[in-house]
Design a protein around this ligand. Structure first.
Ligand code: NCD
Length: 323
């Protein structure tokens, strides 16, 4: 794996490999000393042009747990505020010779562009409405931990699919792992062509929700809505909110966060025993450690010749002793 730009670039075996690596890093997370020397001496740039709590904190902690050096830049407060372009910002940060750049941008395709401008491995931490592949991988990991294989499982993704990069990545990842995905929400928020391209079923009401093994709720992304897509939030809540009445005893609940409490989820289901929301955040750290490991030490290294021996040794023994 050279970059992580899109789930479309990964096949099932590559996803499985990241899952196995994440298992090893979860084991490290259970140790007293949770830090390993695996990426010592490497530099990772984290560049966030959009708000983030979970994704930025987990990537940053993942870098630190792997003993790499971190340069963290947020658009607000950086020279981006002064009008510096993405290309110039990448050129500036490339002066530190980072091995990886983790980027979140409001523009679809931004991570792909950055990959053309740098030698570093690029991780797409969300590009507009396009993709959020590390979220999809942590979601697969979380479900796999609970259900074992995803083959034949029914996953319903409910809510604002139109504006959701999470839905675009997660639907692909679940499908690649053998699950059947249904997209559900108000018609203006369900892009039919995209659903077909993703191989997902579409429905506009929750009447068949009982068939779902997993209910994956999405945030209403009001910041991306230039116009009104639903008549009122009250109507949305009445028709699509996942609450204790709608969530069956055997159904698992997921949400990428942040949750609009009382909109897509009622308070009572957020802390429900079937809710995997906290688990998703916890696993995000292990899966992002696995992604960074795979990109920087996992074989197809960008600067092939450099430290080749060390990279190969690391592959055979990925975790090593505590740092
Ligand atoms: C999501 C995002 O930013 O795409 N959050 C996340 O990364 N966990 C989903 C959202 O903002 O609704």
């Amino acid at each position: 794996m050279r970059h992580l730009l899109s789930i479309a670039d990964l096949d099932r075996d590559e996803i499985e490999r990241i899952m196995e690596l994440a298992d090893s890093f979860a084991e490290v997370g259970r140790r007293d000393i949770k830090k390993v020397p695996t990426l010592r001496g490497r530099t990772v740039v984290s560049l966030f042009y959009e708000s983030s709590t979970r994704t930025s904190s987990s990537f940053e902690l993942a870098v630190k747990r792997l003993s790499a050096d971190l340069v963290s830049v947020k658009a607000a407060g950086s020279s981006v505020d002064k009008g510096e372009s993405l290309r110039d910002t990448i050129a500036t940060l490339s002066a530190y010779e980072p091995e990886a750049i983790v980027i979140r941008s409001p523009h679809a395709g931004a991570a792909q562009l950055v990959a053309q401008w740098t030698d570093a491995a690029v991780v797409n931490a969300g590009d507009g409405k396009h993709e959020h592949p590390s979220q999809a991988l942590l979601d697969v990991y979380t479900l796999r931990e609970r259900l074992g294989a995803l083959d034949g499982k029914q996953v319903w993704i409910v809510g604002d699919v139109l504006h959701s990069r999470v839905a675009r990545s997660t639907a692909q990842a679940f499908t690649k792992m053998g699950a059947a995905v249904t997209l559900c929400g108000p018609p203006p928020l369900i892009p039919r062509a995209a659903a077909e391209a993703l191989g997902c079923a579409v429905t506009y009401d929750l009447s068949g929700l009982g068939e779902a093994d997993v209910v994956y709720a999405l945030r209403m992304q009001r910041e991306r809505m230039a116009e009104s897509f639903v008549p009122s939030l009250r109507e949305y809540v009445a028709n699509y909110q996942i609450n204790e009445r709608r969530l069956g005893a055997r159904q698992l609940l997921m949400h990428p966060g942040p949750v609009n409490r009382g909109v897509e989820l009622s308070d009572d289901v957020i802390e429900h025993p079937n809710s995997l929301i906290t688990q998703q955040v916890r696993n995000g750290l292990f899966v992002r450690m696995a992604i960074l490991y795979e990109l920087l030490a996992g074989g197809e290294r960008p600067r092939g010749a450099r430290e080749q021996g060390a990279a190969e040794a690391a592959v055979s023994q990925p975790i090593g002793e505590p740092a």
